[in-house]
Design a protein around this ligand. Structure first.
Ligand code: URA
Length: 277
């Protein structure tokens, strides 16, 4: 086995071990009942730019046929853990500082083990428009800011050149604040552990509209496992705030077709218009 194959095998083994440990922690001891893990067979390096390795949407891909496993488990269909036993040190009207302080140097889930930086959020604490993504990638982990890699550049362009508003006038964060290793989709226990802090951020900013970027964020905020290509462009509500799911910018980079760009553009335009209505 050559060096890179060996490393890949070790990574896969490590991920499988982590999954088994996490399932055991959650009390699962019958693996014949566990749905297939959300591991996407990677397309060859040459056809899949690194920054687009996420999101692992159940969306169509173009180009070489990529073998995909069965649908990922409906990990975001867990009941909303509002009022969960977490350190709710903030009251009904928290500030972002309250929430950040409560988060502290978080070690509540395993993501802390490999992260470099906690990527809390970025932007205007009084923003009308809030974007919620999946989780930090490599650049975000290095810089401590959300959406600063290739997908982030596209998001920034869509906001600034497309919508004609400054990125700094919006608020941007993710459903998990630490980078999942190898940019994998965050696991259910990671998402639910981090969720109170996302809810705290939403309660602090009280935006007029939330845009969920990609399947994991949309599924979490809608409370069920959603096919993002079907729910995008439709209005929902989260914590009393209008919610617009749309495609993740990494998906747009990967599927750079006119139709995909037009769809996202329409969703963002509708979101901005709603903030002004
Ligand atoms: N993708 C995300 O979902 N969030 C980031 O912050 C960067 C890339």
């Amino acid at each position: 086995m050559d060096g890179s194959l060996n490393r890949e095998a070790q990574d896969l083994l490590g991920s499988a071990r982590a999954l088994v440990e996490e399932l055991a922690e959650e009390g699962v001891d019958r693996f014949d009942e566990v749905p297939a893990p959300a591991v996407t067979t990677a397309a060859p390096e040459t056809s899949a730019p690194a920054a687009t390795s996420r999101p692992a949407e159940s969306e169509p891909t173009r180009g070489p046929v990529v073998e995909r496993p069965a649908e990922p488990p409906p990990i975001f269909a867990e009941p909303a853990p509002l009022g969960l036993a977490f350190e709710a040190t903030w009251g009904p009207n928290p500030t972002l500082d309250d929430v950040r302080t409560a988060l502290g140097d978080c070690t509540r889930c395993k993501l802390h083990e490999k992260r470099r930086t906690i990527v809390f959020g970025d932007g205007n604490p009084d923003a009308d428009l809030m974007f919620v993504g999946e989780g930090p990638g490599e650049n975000e982990d290095a810089q401590g800011l959300p959406f600063v890699g290739r997908a982030g550049e596209l998001l920034t362009q869509m906001i600034e050149k497309g919508l004609g508003i400054a990125r700094a006038d919006t608020y941007i964060c993710n459903i998990v604040k630490c980078r999942p290793p190898e940019n994998r989709t965050p696991l259910p226990n990671e998402v639910s552990t981090c969720r109170p802090y996302l809810d705290g951020q939403i309660d602090a900013v009280r935006p007029k509209v939330i845009v969920a970027l990609g399947k994991p964020a949309a599924s979490l905020l809608l409370g069920r496992d959603v096919p993002i290509t079907r729910v995008r462009g439709t209005w929902h509500e989260y914590r009393g705030i209008p919610l617009m799911p749309t495609l993740h910018p990494a998906y747009v980079l990967r599927q750079y077709t006119q139709e995909v760009r037009r769809n996202v553009w329409n969703d963002l335009k509708a979101a901005l218009e709603r903030t002004r209505s």
